[in-house]
Design a protein around this ligand. Sequence first.
Ligand code: PLP
Length: 405
Amino acid sequence: MDFEEYRKHGKEMVDYIADYLKNIRERRVLPNVKPGYMRHLVPDSAPQDGEDWNVIMEDVERVIMPGVTHWQSPHMHAYFPALNSFPSLLGDMLADAINCIGFTWTTASDCTFVTLLAARSDAIRHYRANNNDLEDAEVNARLVAYCSDQAHSSVEKAGLIGLVKMRFLPSDENLSLRGEILQTAINEDLQAGLIPFYLCATLGTTGACAFDNLREIGPICESEGIWMHIDAAYAGTAFICPEYRKFMTGVEYAQSFAFNPSKWMMVHFDCSAMWVKNSGALHRTFNVDPLYLKHENSGAAIDYMGVRLARYFEEKVKNDPRFEIPAERHLGMVVFRLKGDNAQTEALLQTLNRGGKLHMVPASIKGKYIIRFTSLEDEVFEEAHEKKTVKEKEKTSWKKNREFG
Ligand code: PLP
């Protein structure tokens, strides 16, 4: 492809993408093809000569799209949102052209792992500054980290690959980690000769979007010399809005805080932002200084209406006596189930997902099988970028009902 062909096909691609996003609600959210479906749609061997770009683009609809899960669809209610936007699409295009190697901490899981390692080396250094009786590895073997039983699986993984004990503390009836539970665990561990050094608190848990109680656990971490990391992968974005900052009261005790713009800020997947109070611990832990990386400067974040949509959905569920909401809704996620045994809710989810019109995933909350419903920013593309006649145009149901909020 030469410059002129690139210009022509690039513009066609922009049109293809705009049409794709404009009409996305007409597609199944989840594909209904089986693994291997493509085998019969493509030749047995690669062509000897490059194909015409138009033929390749025809294959996109014929071969690729039938297997795609459409995460940008307003009918996608599974996991957490992973939205992009027109500015993000354009930014991604430019980033691809520059092909910048970012050398950055990429995902929320990495943030937990990186901060755990930094806290670990700090804890070993502090211990050894005061006690010379143990080698690094021996101090490491005594370290103990904490999180609640609602923390994301990446926290368990960070403990596994960071070679430290991870204690999962029971959350309260609101699925929140509380101070008393933490203090009791710390006292037990100190008695047992262990060294508490790290706690991963979650703001917006994966299972039910619950919030650990930073106001209670923060001061304990401070007085016990424990690094408090906050995993706000999903909920962090909501703190842009002053009305949701109440969920992070006590954040001042954190040593580090991470959230995913790629979940709720319409930035391309994958993107995590991490803040650390004192970057020195990270430098001490990760810095290597080989000659080949030296250079002359070495050393030297709209409208998030998904919440309103979730509130509207919650109202609907609450008004239906067949359902219950087993955990409080705080942001853009509602968890719900049919009253009665788990099998009924499981069957309901299967039926809903089988239709392909929408997609949700389950979670288990204290033995209860629940369905997680996350809301996207409905009509983000029309609203943000097609300012034209949306208001007069079809008023979608949730907009008509925004007074429900
Ligand atoms: N932490 C929480 C609370 C999450 O909900 C998730 C994913 O949904 C993660 C961490 C993992 O994020 P990532 O895929 O960016 O590693």
